[in-house]
Ligand binder design. Structure first.
Ligand code: NDP
Ligand code: GO6
Length: 312
């Protein structure tokens, strides 16, 4: 039996390009949606051409052309969508409803993996405004998938290292602070940090795995469950220098929320849930749910001390 065919929607994005890479690496016939709207975006076009050089098939289509989406999904067994959900980029999670309609109509897709890859929206019913929009929208997409009886896997449960590790969990920067580091509360909530390439590897692994059918797969590998304090210590050890810790209470963290722009308000809300509530780890993974490193013990996921070495 050959490897299942995978269509990546959102393939030139931050997560999408890694899904394309992982799909090719795992030997899947890999299809990437080439949207008409990219127009003069030369970087996207060049990236798509490089995917083709690596063996991917480019499929022309557009979210404003329903038939083109139906035709695209008819080519494959699995659709993985990495639509933007990042509020300082081109967040568009609800656009996936069009993809859900196309998959429903096409009728051939054996698995749909929607754009999730973060906090489990099903557990974020009490999230604060305006950041909760992320979870509300992802839940709207889930509801449409389940109502259409489309087989699915929801991949979630961790923080992207790119947004959370290099900066030692500081907002508005992606590199380590030089002198002072803001510590959220006592810095002791357990967080899950993952190299995005490993998230992509696990995601593609679930695509044809019956154990992941109609389930949520949490990415929570034991070695990458760390508190903010532990992450800071790893950096200090590597860098040979201590940082000055500035403890921030949850009240002080949330106080300036209203003065920030919308995207940052969303981000602050998300940081609040991750670092003050510990929302990634304050529940057990139960019957009917799976954990990625247990399903795929052969994957040698990157540890965060080696990830941090890139910043030395
Ligand atoms: P990006 O911002 O990189 O965008 C991904 C793709 O979305 C783009 O490349 C583009 O596809 C597509 N897209 C954007 N706007 C439109 C539009 N108007 N019409 C059609 N397609 C559009 O997204 P990320 O990779 O950063 O995010 C993917 C997921 O990961 C989201 O669900 C997000 O919430 C989650 N996330 C989780 C994080 C975590 O720490 N856990 C951190 C960051 C994101 P194309 O390639 O066709 O141009
Ligand atoms: C990451 C961010 C970083 C925001 C999730 C503002 C959805 C999730 C862990 O896109 O808003 O500086 O789960 O100043 O389910 C963004 C979002 C983080 C990055 C959160 C995210 C995480 C989205 C910032 C900033 C580094």
């Amino acid at each position: 039996m050959g490897k299942c065919k995978i269509l990546v929607v959102g393939g030139t994005g931050y997560m999408g390009k890694r899904i394309v890479k992982a799909s090719l690496a795992q030997g899947h016939p890999t299809y990437v949606l080439q949207r008409a709207e990219i127009g003069l975006d030369i970087d996207k076009l060049q990236m798509l051409l490089s995917f083709k050089d690596q063996g991917a098939h480019l499929v022309e289509g557009s979210f404003s052309d329903h038939q083109s989406l139906v035709d695209a999904v008819k080519l494959v067994d699995v659709v993985i969508c990495t639509m933007s959900g990042v509020h300082f980029r081109s967040h568009n999670i609800l656009l996936q409803l069009k993809l859900v309609q196309a998959i429903k109509e096409a009728g051939n897709v054996k698995r749909f993996i929607p754009s999730e890859f973060g906090m489990d929206p099903a557990r974020m019913g009490n999230a604060i405004e305006p950041g909760r929009v992320t979870f509300d929208e992802k839940m709207v997409v889930r509801k449409a998938i389940e109502e259409a009886k489309i087989p699915y896997t929801y991949v979630c449960g961790c923080c992207f290292a790119g947004y959370f590790v290099g900066n030692l969990c500081q907002l508005s920067t992606l590199v380590p602070p030089k002198e002072n580091v803001i510590v959220y509360g006592n810095g002791h909530k357990k967080v899950v940090f993952m190299d995005e390439d490993d998230i992509a590897t696990y995601t593609v692994k679930t695509a044809d795995d019956p154990r992941a059918l109609n389930k949520t797969v949490y990415i929570r590998p034991p070695e990458n469950i760390l508190t903010q304090k532990e992450l800071i210590e790893k950096w200090e050890k590597l860098n040979g220098r201590k940082l000055t810790k500035i403890t921030l209470s949850k009240e002080d963290f949330l106080a300036p929320l209203k003065e920030l722009d919308y995207a940052q308000q969303v981000g602050v809300g998300h940081f609040y849930h991750v670092f003050y509530e510990g929302c990634l780890t304050n529940f057990e993974i139960r019957e009917g749910e799976e954990e990625a490193s247990e399903l795929y013990p052969e994957v040698e996921y990157n540890r965060m001390d080696s990830y941090l070495k890139r910043f030395l």
